[in-house]
Design a protein around this ligand. Structure first.
Ligand code: DOR
Ligand code: ZN
Length: 427
């Protein structure tokens, strides 16, 4: 057996200890007071925080079709650098992931590359066209755990009802991009004072909330595992709270950018800040923060959406919506919750690893740091200031909305089942 010692780590930011990993089996072999200095490889971790590897329910890796902006390989590099050991990549590729062989190809590529478990999301409708349902059962049988038309909403209520019923029958997660397209045609920014001042067409809260309300009621009546992508408004939070109070089994995610940024950013007209759903107002960000703290919103998911400069460095109206997220999300969550004293590292582990793994029923992700558990781990230095620079990202694209912003928490190493996928020792 090959062993790796991680000496002087602080699991969940708590008391320092030492960890021995059985690299051959990819599991944690021992945890103890004494250092494991006779392991095959020994790393002194300097009291860094150790968390279970992060799990992102929502990324766009652009393969197949737009490999010029991201591939499964570069997306896996970005994921590993951001501390992730599993990601779910959305179906809005070209071709759309709407058949089992396409989903299988995504999974295989991720496994062959080996830096992150890349789970394919299947589309709900064929070609993302919102007309015919895909073969949810066949894709589920080939291992697809989550279905979404993300990028587009399943607007048609009858189709959504059928999708909910099929998803329930096959026990898979149905993830909705909530946007009533009839209310957002031509919209590029949150409908509010900022958009009015800047002369940008507004995207009203109700376009999201009306779908959330409808879907919650459908989930009440037709069951299933409904998940809401990128919740972005105060009203959505209220609706989720109502649904959960009724015992309706919905789950929801929030992105780092909807927690940290607001439509104040838009005053430069920089296309980097165009995203769907749009950046909202301070009261929305505040409500989302509280919702994540009290469990109304379950997880943080990045909606990592790489785009080339030809699609971002253009007039705001013409910029494609989407922002990079994988390499900055942990630092943003640390800034919003840990630096402010609102929450601790246990909370970070919960919303960025344990809960997403639980929602997707991953057996070997989001597990406790304990003997016999998978050695899929991330090491974080909470006080290692760094500046976000799009050009320095592992991602093929560089459309980060945090350009030039200094963060304190830095991922120093990531392991997937005992294999180092990022970090000084490896690169
Ligand atoms: O901003 C976004 N970008 N929102 C989406 O729903 C889709 C995504 C993309 O694919 O670029
Ligand atoms: Zn998305």
């Amino acid at each position: 057996m090959t062993t790796l010692a991680l000496n002087n780590v602080r699991p969940y930011g708590e008391d320092a200890t030492n960890l021995l990993i059985d690299v051959t089996r990819g599991v944690i072999e021992a945890i103890g007071d004494s250092r494991f200095d006779d392991a095959d490889e020994v790393i002194d971790c300097g009291g860094n925080v150790l968390l279970p590897g992060l799990v992102d329910m929502h990324v766009h890796l652009r393969e197949p079709g737009r490999e010029d902006t991201e591939t499964i390989a570069t997306g896996s590099d970005a994921a590993a650098k951001g501390g992730f050991t599993a990601v779910f990549t959305m179906a809005n590729t070209n071709p759309v992931i709407d058949q089992p062989f396409l989903a299988e190809a995504v999974w295989e590529k991720g496994q062959t590359y080996g830096k992150c478990d890349v789970y394919p999301v299947g589309s709900i409708t064929q070609g993302l066209e919102g007309e015919q349902l895909t073969e949810i059962g066949l894709m589920a049988r080939s291992g697809v755990r989550m279905f979404s038309d993300d990028g587009k909403c399943v607007n048609d209520p009858q189709l959504m009802r059928r999708a909910i019923e099929y998803a329930k029958a096959h026990d898979v997660v149905l993830a909705q991009h909530a946007e009533d397209h009839r209310m957002t045609s031509g919209a590029v920014a949150h409908e509010g004072e900022q958009a009015a001042r800047l002369g940008l067409r507004g995207w009203p809260r109700v376009a999201e909330e009306s779908i959330v309300a409808r879907d919650a009621i459908m989930t009440r009546d037709y069951g299933g595992r409904y998940h809401l992508c990128h919740a972005s408004t105060e009203g959505t939070v209220q609706l989720l709270r109502f649904a959960k109070d009724q015992g309706i089994e919905v789950t929801a995610e929030v992105t780092p950018h909807h927690l940290l940024l607001t439509d104040e950013q838009l005053k430069t007209y920089d296309g980097l800040y165009r995203v769907n759903p749009p950046l909202r107002e301070a009261r929305d960000a505040e409500a989302l923060k509280q919702a994540l703290l009290d469990g109304t919103v379950d997880v943080v998911a990045t909606d990592h959406a790489p785009h080339g400069s030809e699609d971002k460095c253009v007039e705001f109206e013409h910029a494609k919506p989407g922002m990079l997220g994988l390499e900055t999300s942990l630092a943003v969550v640390h800034r919003v919750f840990v630096e402010t004293g609102l929450a601790d590292w246990r909370f970070v582990a919960k919303v960025m690893s344990e809960r997403p793994a639980e929602i997707l029923r991953l057996q070997d992700q989001g597990r406790p740091i304990a003997v016999g558990e998978p050695a899929s781990l991330v090491l974080v230095d909470p006080q290692s200031p760094w500046t976000a620079r799009g050009e320095e990202m592992a991602s093929k694209a560089s459309n980060t909305p945090y350009e030039g912003i200094e963060f304190n928490a830095r991922v120093t190493a990531t392991w997937l089942r005992g294999i180092q996928t990022y970090g000084a020792q490896q690169d």
